[in-house]
Design a protein around this ligand. Structure first.
Ligand SMILES: *[C@@H]1O[C@H](CO)[C@@H](O)[C@H](O)[C@H]1NC(C)=O
Length: 208
């Protein structure tokens, strides 16, 4: 191998790794103009999202959320960021789930929050967050949240490193997706009766 080939090869490998880490494709313009829109007509309104006004409504014991991904807020296209507001009533649980395309920052506006994620070695990293705390969940790792320690509503902001982080909710993904019962029985080492119990809440709602 020539004198200059090794550093070149090393930088190409580094570039490939850096490219693979990006969540959203990089823009080659200041911002992305939606198809069919006249860029000269865009103004501050295009970069404003008003959907969070009035906060979030929640039922007793439940969570409620509002989101601004590229779907709700097209100006985020290509910027690699998105934003959620989520409230947890006392006792509310957000079941284990993962976001395949984005890491998540959790910022505590009010109350306390039990949070945890697991890694590839099935190790749990958990915390009880208080008002003002920031917690990060690395991209694509399974995590959960709950308001278990307080009689006060918890309010949090999620900020994602993707304009469309996606969300795979494990309970409905496994039990609301028509995976054959036999496969689930073997996987969990339980009877078909237990599997249909686990499937039933998702059958009522219908998977998505
Ligand atoms: C983390 O989880 C462990 C095991 O469930 C528990 O004993 C511990 O109290 C938790 N820590 C926090 C800070 O919530």
């Amino acid at each position: 191998m020539g004198k200059f080939q090794l550093p070149l090869l090393a930088s190409l490998v580094l570039l490939a790794i850096a490219g693979a880490r990006c969540s959203d494709p990089e823009l080659t313009t200041d911002f992305a103009v939606p198809d069919g829109v006249d860029a000269s007509k865009l103004d501050g309104n295009f970069f404003t999202y008003t959907g969070f006004r009035g906060g979030v409504s929640t039922a007793p014991g439940e969570t409620g959320s509002k989101r601004a991904t590229v779907v709700e807020f097209p100006a985020l296209d290509g910027l690699g960021i998105s934003f959620f507001l989520m409230y947890f009533q006392p006792g509310a649980v957000l079941p284990p789930h993962l976001h395949p395309r984005g890491s998540k920052l959790i910022y505590m506006i009010q109350g306390s929050l039990t949070v945890g994620f697991t890694d590839n070695n099935n190790k749990l990293y958990n915390q009880t967050l208080q008002e003002g705390d920031l917690f990060v969940v690395p991209k694509a790792l399974v995590h959960y949240m709950a308001n278990l320690d307080s009689d006060k509503e918890t309010k949090v902001i999620f900020s994602f490193s993707s304009s469309n982080p996606g969300s795979i909710q494990l309970p409905i993904n496994l039990f609301g997706s028509n995976i054959p019962s036999k496969v689930l029985e073997k996987s969990f080492g339980v009877s078909s009766r237990v599997i249909s119990q686990l499937q039933s809440p998702h059958k009522v709602k219908g998977g998505h």
